[in-house]
Design a protein around this ligand. Structure first.
Ligand code: RP5
Length: 166
């Protein structure tokens, strides 16, 4: 989207995180926010982590969404390497259902913030909405798209539940 420059990096620790993080990418796509999805593992590809984190701002990114599961050090390490805002998505792990991911991401020491979202799909969707909100501060067209998204969401909620189908 929009040439080579991407506003948002959607970074994840493993291919296995993509099923969750695709929800962030899809939301950004729907809002017309340029983005790129990348796999960067804090543990398996540490050199890639440092290279990406140190170069993200110069590469033109304005917000980073980082998702990881288990010993989820990716969002915090990226936040330590870049001045860009980092939103962390705890991916639901098999062993502990994502509570490990959540605690790994949320317990940052004072001074290096990660905006931590909910576990799983809701967190990924909301990370994209937050990233879009940040960008919308200086983009009125995007701000209107976000408003329209909220209006449509509100209008889609029925007043009464539909009868259960068999
Ligand atoms: C983390 O380990 C990743 O973010 C992923 O959620 C988890 C498991 O990775 P795989 O073993 O599925 O590649 O680094």
């Amino acid at each position: 989207m929009s040439g080579d420059r991407r506003d948002v990096a959607v970074v994840m620790g493993s291919q296995s995180d993509w099923a969750t993080m695709k929800n962030a990418a899809d939301m950004l796509e729907g809002l017309g926010v340029s983005h790129r999805a990348l796999i960067v593992s804090a543990h398996r590809t540490p050199e890639r982590l440092f290279e990406f984190g140190r170069g993200a701002k110069a590469a033109g990114y304005r917000v980073i969404i980082a998702g990881a599961g288990g010993a989820a050090h990716l969002p915090g390490m990226l936040a330590s390497l870049t001045p860009l805002p980092v939103f962390g998505v705890p991916v639901e792990s098999k062993a502990l259902s994502g509570e490990d991911s959540l605690l790994s991401i949320v317990q940052m020491p004072a001074g290096i913030p990660v905006g931590t979202l909910a576990i799983g799909r809701a967190g990924a969707v909301n990370a994209a909405l937050l990233a879009a909100s940040v960008l919308a501060l200086s983009d009125e067209v995007l701000a209107e798209r976000l408003e329209a998204h909220r209006r449509a969401q509100t209008e889609a909620v029925a007043l009464a539940p539909a009868p259960e189908t068999a």
